[in-house]
Design a protein around this ligand. Structure first.
Ligand code: AP5
Length: 218
């Protein structure tokens, strides 16, 4: 099963994708995570990406399309993949269609997480992750069971993203409205788009997604 999780910054794409990796053995292809890895390794791409990402802008389409093509075409995805953060422009959506058609692969679901903008800002300014295993948390909505200790690996160092400042979040939301929202009608026209209420709590959103995936035998 191959699916896209769509939604504005902070909608919960990463949170739900990680759950689907665990529950269904899907492979998460998160362009933001791939870029942050390049930034942390200090590669040529990372040096270019770091500044653009911190400003909340998008990287050039060709560069992202090449990166995702490499992962979709070369990676092992026995049970299928979840695209998280891609596509983000109509050009990226069209390139994905070509990529999948060339490979004889299908897109089974495009799921949009709908969340109010004010809630998104609150979610992102409070977000942090374990520096050792990457498990995601939130100051209010998803705290580690024991304060300062990661539930998953026991790590005690946590990190926050450079683009989770209020200024960068506002810029990311504007980019989403202007450049990413136009892909919604693109997927609506081909009948692939389903929307879920991303304002519900994490478990409830998970349930809404599961019912979509399990329709018609998943
Ligand atoms: P990327 O890393 O993709 O960031 P994003 O789209 O801004 O999305 P986020 O990761 O911030 O949010 P999310 O929806 O995954 O939310 P999460 O689950 O973490 O991209 C970063 C940058 O990379 C871009 O700005 C761009 O520069 C570049 N880039 C990436 N892809 C690109 C592309 N295709 N083209 C060009 N450039 C690209 O949840 C957020 C918080 O809320 C967490 O703390 C979580 O615990 C909490 N939470 C989640 N769900 C709920 C809920 N239901 N209720 C309450 N809290 C919740």
């Amino acid at each position: 099963m191959n699916l896209i999780l769509l939604g504005p910054p902070g909608a919960g794409k990463g949170t739900q994708a990680k759950r689907l990796v665990d529950s269904r053995g899907l492979k998460q292809l998160a362009t933001g995570d791939m870029l942050r890895e390049e930034v942390s390794k200090g590669t040529e791409l990372g040096q270019k990406a770091g500044k653009i990402m911190a400003e909340g802008k998008l990287l050039p389409d060709e560069l992202i399309i090449d990166m995702i093509m490499h992962h979709v075409l070369s990676g092992e995805q026995k049970n299928g993949f979840i695209l998280d953060g891609f596509p983000r422009t109509v050009a990226q959506a069209e390139a994905l269609d070509h990529m999948l058609a060339n490979k004889g692969m299908d897109l089974d679901h495009v799921i949009e997480l709908q969340v109010d903008e004010d809630a998104l800002v609150a979610r992102l300014v409070g977000r942090f992750a374990c520096g050792k295993c990457g498990a995601g948390y939130h100051d209010v909505f998803h705290k580690p069971t024991q304060d300062g200790v990661c539930d998953q690996c026991g790590g005690t160092e946590f990190t926050r993203r450079a683009d989770d400042t209020e200024q960068a979040i506002r810029a990311r939301l504007q980019v989403y409205r202007q450049q990413t929202m136009p892909i919604l009608p693109y997927y609506r026209r081909c009948g692939a788009l389903k929307s879920v209420d991303g304002m519900a709590d994490i478990a409830d959103v998970a349930q809404q997604i599961d019912s979509i995936l399990d329709e018609n035998g998943g």
